[in-house]
Design a protein around this ligand. Structure first.
Ligand code: GUN
Length: 285
């Protein structure tokens, strides 16, 4: 069965739209998201455009800030600090990757914990590990878990394998699976006997950035397969999973495009609304 991330994300956006319009009516305010982009990396521009367009669809105020890729780290931090104290902005996102002369960790940590809708601050990642639901869960891992939740599986006693150990996807996704009771293994492309480990998995999440990396003979019959890859091959977008082969034996599988990708944006807007609620809806207002 194909897990339809596009349809699921559209439902989430529809619900957020209703929620935002209720807030507008009730308290006369709407959530706001600021997106900072440096330079003109074509892939980053496409991602930012989709984020802004999704905000417009839902009725969230958005502010796109385009800066030179020559900007100094200190100047960029100043921009972030301005947004930290901007009352119209509830979420701040700095599109990654950043130029080499800028330290990504310093930039992510400059964003206020109240506005860290990407969940990339070390404090936010700490909250994910601890299962503290007050924090912001990074968008792609949150989208992955949302899709898995739709399957109504009890993860206790299940084996989950995450291939990829990035701070943005692999590590937070593994933490979320651990918190749901899954026996979770984190591998990477160089793990010994990767096939042996994968063959025991009930759930496989692949985020390695290699087209067609996961093949049919690496997957147990009936496993759930989540493909986080976005690879460009000859003008076509494809995932990290050999979809044609693996879909023959997986019980559920996400397609690329139309799987995890649209969920990431939906979760960004969900986090922005959450940030707004935390700020504005105190005392049951
Ligand atoms: N670059 C690629 N994916 C992401 C993301 O989810 N957030 C940010 N800020 N940058 C990215």
């Amino acid at each position: 069965m194909i897990i339809d991330g596009k349809k699921c994300s559209e439902e989430i956006l529809e619900n957020l739209k209703k929620e935002v319009s209720e807030y507008k009516e009730r308290i006369g305010k709407i959530p706001g998201l600021a997106v900072i982009i440096l330079g003109d990396n074509p892939a980053s521009k496409i991602y930012v455009r989709s984020k802004i367009r999704a905000c417009e669809k839902v009725g969230i105020y958005s502010k796109e800030i385009v800066l030179s890729d020559k900007i100094s780290e200190a100047e960029l931090i100043k921009e972030i600090e301005k947004l930290n104290s901007d009352k119209d902005i509830n979420g701040i996102l700095v599109q990654l990757p950043l130029p080499e002369h800028i330290n990504e960790k310093k930039i992510c940590d400059a964003i206020s914990i109240r506005k860290d809708v990407d969940g990339f601050k070390q404090e936010s990642l700490g909250k994910i590990v601890l299962g503290d639901e007050d924090g912001f869960i990074s968008c792609t891992p949150q989208g992955i878990i949302y899709l898995i939740d739709q399957l109504n599986m009890d993860l206790n006693g299940k084996n989950a394998v995450v291939v990829g150990r990035s701070n943005i996807v692999g590590k937070p996704t593994a933490s979320l699976l651990i918190n749901k009771g899954a026996t979770t293994t984190v591998c990477n492309s160089k793990t010994k006997d990767l096939t042996g480990i994968l063959k025991r998995a009930d759930i496989i999440v692949v985020a390695v950035g290699k087209a067609g990396f996961l093949k049919k003979d690496m997957v147990k019959e009936g496993a759930v397969v989540i493909d986080v890859g976005i690879n460009r091959e000859g003008g076509k977008i494809c995932g990290d999973v050999d979809f044609e082969g693996v879909s023959q034996i997986a019980s559920h599988i996400t397609p690329v495009p139309g799987g995890v990708g649209p969920m990431t944006i939906a979760m960004l807007l969900k986090n922005t609304v959450k940030a707004f609620c935390k700020e504005e809806l105190v005392n049951g207002k």
